[in-house]
Design a binder for this molecule. Structure first.
Ligand code: SF4
Length: 317
């Protein structure tokens, strides 16, 4: 059973310009579900994913919080134990942009075989046989093991990157913008593939994207991030039908509708804040049409509403 508990996770980047507060006090508990994490570019989704894998590049680091998976404290482990026990074995990632995630000078079969050799001590031939099965899983021809990444189309490369994330049969797979730069037909094929894998393998996917319509296809729950904060979290259906946070409401209103009465397209005024110097109080207040005087002074607490949670003064007592 998957039980991932994240408490007050805080990841900062210490740059020359100042401290970028990329993920700030994020808490959640994921249990045997697939989630979508949505928000604009720069809201902290990728940093959150990399924090879960302890892959934050310098000058960034996790400064506070805990990540507990199945009762084990992942931040208390030394790097070697984490590498041997957790990274790729229990939590893996489909990295953004398949083009950059694959090594251009190695055939893809050898790249996929590497984790099997490192983690389970398989011989090269044994590992390559398992790689062929993994390629079939993602509907690719096993003969592709001898091909180099540049010989594959964008959609094929994305399937290879998905096979790579699944090769050790992890409990959790983080998919960071898995359909970016793919055309619409290939996008829908990749979404259907993730949906099938979710049902067949019982893996918990954490899908990170700005595309709310894609999340609705896959996720049991949706979390909305804004400027490094988790501002709303709830079951997908509830969040899509009855969004609580003004930011979630605006994101959903900004999706063009093909059916029903024609309406003027809504957009969110302004732009996300500079995370070196985010606004005081609620970070969304300069763009929020419902802002109260307190929103500019104090950070809103988390309010629990049945199965959902929201961080907004409109719901706080
Ligand atoms: Fe808007 Fe205030 Fe709620 Fe922030 S806390 S979303 S500014 S109403």
């Amino acid at each position: 059973m998957v039980d991932l508990k994240v408490e007050n996770l805080t990841t900062y980047f210490f740059t020359r310009r100042g401290v970028v507060k990329a993920v700030d006090n994020v808490s959640f508990n994921l249990k045997d579900e697939s989630w979508g994490i949505a928000g604009e570019s720069g809201c902290g989704k990728t940093t959150l994913g990399l924090s879960l894998l302890r892959l934050i590049p310098p000058p960034g680091r996790i400064v506070k919080g805990s990540i507990i998976l199945g009762g084990e404290d992942l931040l208390a482990m030394d790097e070697q134990t984490f590498k041997n026990k957790i990274r790729w074995r229990k939590i893996s990632m489909i990295f953004q942009s398949a083009m950059n995630a694959l090594n251009p000078v190695y055939p893809i079969g050898y790249q996929l075989a590497e984790p099997l050799i490192y983690h389970y001590g398989f011989s090269k031939n044994e590992a390559l046989n398992l790689v062929k099965d993994a390629l079939k899983e993602v509907k690719l021809n096993p003969s592709l093991i001898y091909r180099y990444p540049h010989e594959l189309s964008g959609g094929m490369k994305q399937r290879v990157v998905i096979a790579m994330a699944l090769i050790l049969k992890p409990e959790i797979v983080i998919a960071d913008e898995p359909t970016t730069a793919l055309d619409l037909i290939v996008q829908s094929q990749i979404i259907n593939l993730i949906k099938r894998l979710k049902w067949e393998s019982k893996i918990s996917f954490i899908l990170m994207t700005h595309d709310l319509s894609m999340i609705s296809e896959i996720a049991d729950k949706v979390a909305i991030m804004y400027a490094g904060k988790l501002v709303e979290l709830g079951p997908s259906e509830q969040l899509y039908n009855d969004p609580k946070h003004p930011y979630t409401q605006s994101l959903l209103a900004a999706i063009p509708r093909l059916r029903g009465e024609k309406k003027k397209l809504i957009f969110i005024p302004g732009s996300p804040p500079d995370l070196i110097d985010p606004p005081l109080g609620c970070r969304f207040h300069p763009r929020c049409t419902h802002a109260l005087p307190i929103c500019k002074e104090k950070e809103p607490p988390i309010t629990h509403l049945n199965d959902a949670m929201v961080s907004c003064w409109l719901y706080s007592e």
